[in-house]
Ligand binder design. Structure first.
Ligand SMILES: NC(=O)c1ccc[n+]([C@@H]2O[C@H](COP(=O)([O-])OP(=O)(O)OC[C@H]3O[C@@H](n4cnc5c(N)ncnc54)[C@H](OP(=O)(O)O)[C@@H]3O)[C@@H](O)[C@H]2O)c1
Length: 288
């Protein structure tokens, strides 16, 4: 499917590298068919030596060569990048954007190019364990859709949604999700240290508890409801009942629900005018 198809990455950062590594690992395409463009030569040399891909600093020259052009710059850089690519994308090329908050209408409007896929991956993509929600403009052909799906599958699981409105929801739930999980784990590790465990042991206990619980939950194609799994560990008058009582009283469930909703609203807000809302030095973890 990717024979002689050039995949060009505009914005060769963490997520682009995850895609490049996944595409090569899964032999979806060959390194010479991959081309990345970005401002830092050292970054380019690094990617070139590790993956054998082509590199250049000029976005426009790179994009002109692309059959698939992946937009993987930070949201606050997107407008400038799109404006510089206006009118130079091949008419039959596919644009695949992973930029948080950027709508298909905005991308295709500035580029004047209709075949756009919008996707929201998450950081476990870096080890091929991510999950990506994606959607496609009606003008994306069946073949382009399959190509987009294969590229995103290099990051882990992928879920196609017919309506774009799910992308902001995915940003709040799975895109930002690792932040919630890591905060929860960090709090548990600290609690273990508070109890008296050496930090290394507390980290091991927490990581394997989370990993084992997830594997236990997902071992069947039709998993038990999470409340039933929780009840399995909750004996009457026992330790879990005491702990869960406290979590509910402290508003744990409401805090999670409100946090996800806040991320959703922020994602929609950022989508309206990325340049106006993004601080220049926002960290990579802030924008999932
Ligand atoms: N990280 C996540 O969890 C996550 C999850 C879902 C979606 N996303 C989306 O993925 C996109 C990339 O995120 P990331 O975490 O990979 O960010 P990143 O590591 O900062 O990558 C951005 C890359 O773009 C380069 N760049 C800066 N200005 C450019 C320009 N004018 N033209 C071309 N390249 C330019 C940067 O180069 P320098 O380093 O030299 O500045 C960097 O290599 C973001 O839009 C984000 O919303 C990220």
């Amino acid at each position: 499917m990717f024979d002689n198809k050039r995949i060009v990455f505009i914005g060769p950062g963490v997520m682009a590298e995850a895609m490049i590594a996944g595409l090569i690992r899964q032999e979806v395409t060959q390194p010479p068919m991959l081309l990345a463009a970005g401002p830092r030569v050292e970054r380019g040399e690094d990617l070139k030596s590790r993956y054998g891909i082509e590199w250049m600093t000029d976005n426009a020259t790179a994009a002109r060569a692309g059959d698939i052009v992946v937009l993987s710059v930070k949201p606050q850089r997107l407008d400038t990048v799109l404006e510089s690519l206006h009118g130079i994308i091949k008419p039959d090329a596919l644009i695949l954007s992973i930029v948080a908050g950027a709508s298909i209408a905005k991308i295709s409007g500035i580029l004047d190019h209709k075949a756009v896929i919008r996707a929201m991956p998450n950081t476990p993509a870096q080890i091929g364990e991510g999950i990506t929600v994606w959607t496609a403009a009606p003008e994306v052909s069946e073949v382009q859709r399959e190509m987009g799906q294969q590229i995103l599958a290099a990051l882990g699981q992928e879920i196609f949604m017919e309506e774009e409105t799910y992308l902001n929801m995915a940003t709040a739930l799975s895109g930002t999700g690792p932040a919630y999980v890591f905060l929860f784990m960090e709090a548990m590790v600290d609690a273990g240290v508070h109890l008296g465990f050496p930090r290394r042991v507390a980290e091991q206990l927490v990581a394997q508890t989370v990993r084992g619980s997830v594997d236990y939950y997902t071992r069947d194609t039709d998993p038990l409801h999470l409340a039933r799994l929780r009840n399995q560990v909750t004996s009457p008058g026992g330790t879990s009942a005491a702990a869960l009582y406290y979590l509910e009283k402290a508003g744990f469930r409401t805090a999670i629900s409100r946090a996800v909703w806040a991320a959703y609203e922020r994602s929609r807000e950022l989508g309206k005018d990325a340049r106006a809302h993004w601080p220049e030095n926002v960290s990579q973890q802030d924008d999932g």
